[in-house]
Design a protein around this ligand. Structure first.
Ligand code: SAM
Length: 244
């Protein structure tokens, strides 16, 4: 008997479950959520607090400003949310590995992650190792909490799930899909404030259009993202015997 595919599910552990679905409840992701193409569960970390004040945080060991999410409360919240499936456990964190389209593609191909959203000064370091959390950053800046970062990650995954994007809008020709930024896009009118759509795009010659788009994508990537361009150039280079 073949196993039925399970719905991709994002489980969010947060102190602010009311923030969800938020922007994930509208447009592409929202329609897909309503039609059951994916599932979202926002769980309140505070439900795992054990004292009568439902405390989730405490002062940092060693002193310093702010508060830290307690290891025992957070671990209990993770354990309570765990369904026993082998799901990636992520922690949104500015210290994490920067999120990339290739990691998003991997996450979209799996069962869906459990995502811990930090607040305050962050979380007690011991939970990261004890519960095998993978730290993920959405950029080199500091947000006030992990919820918006989690929404970014979930949105990026959901649009890649089967049936979410229409056939026309497949993810295969987008920025980062081939390690390049996307070529410029145009639509009607043919002339806008004296600026014309590049001649080649209205020529009807599909091979020339494809070549123009490839050249534009490469030029944009080289100019704006030398880091990506260097990776691309390395991949194109024939392997030398000194390469690892
Ligand atoms: N004290 C922490 C530091 O300096 O690394 C920052 C804590 S931040 C105010 C609170 C929470 O927001 C973090 O625990 C994390 O969950 C989330 N967060 C902030 N910036 C983020 C980023 N760039 N990417 C992912 N999550 C972020």
């Amino acid at each position: 008997m073949t196993a039925l595919p399970t719905t991709w599910r994002a489980t969010i552990l947060t102190l602010f479950p009311d923030m969800f679905p938020g922007p994930l409840g509208v447009s592409l992701a929202g329609k897909a959520l309503a039609s059951g193409l994916w599932a979202l569960e926002a769980r309140d970390i505070r439900d795992s607090a054990t004292d009568r004040h439902r405390s989730v945080d405490d002062t940092p060991a060693g002193g310093g400003p702010g508060m830290v999410l307690r290891a025992d409360v957070l671990a209990a919240a993770i354990d309570a949310a765990d369904t026993g499936q082998d799901r990636p456990r992520l922690l949104m964190s500015p210290r994490g590995r920067p999120l990339t389209q290739s990691r998003v593609t991997e996450l979209a191909a799996g069962p869906g992650p459990l995502i811990v959203c930090g607040r305050f000064e962050g979380i007690d370091e011991r939970v990261i190792a004890a519960r095998g959390l993978e730290e993920v950053s959405i950029g080199d800046y500091v947000l006030s909490g992990g919820e918006i970062a989690a929404m970014v990650l979930v949105d990026a995954c959901v649009r890649l799930l089967p049936g979410v994007m229409g056939k026309q809008a497949s993810g295969t020709e987008e920025s980062f899909s081939e390690g390049l930024l996307e070529y410029p896009q145009y639509t009607r009118p043919q002339e806008f404030e004296g600026r014309l759509i590049p001649e080649i795009l209205v020529s009807g010659d599909h091979a020339k259009v494809a070549a123009w788009r490839q050249a534009e994508a490469e030029a944009l990537t080289r100019a704006r993202r030398p880091d990506l361009w260097a990776i691309k150039a390395r991949q194109k280079r024939p392997k030398s015997p000194t390469d690892g």
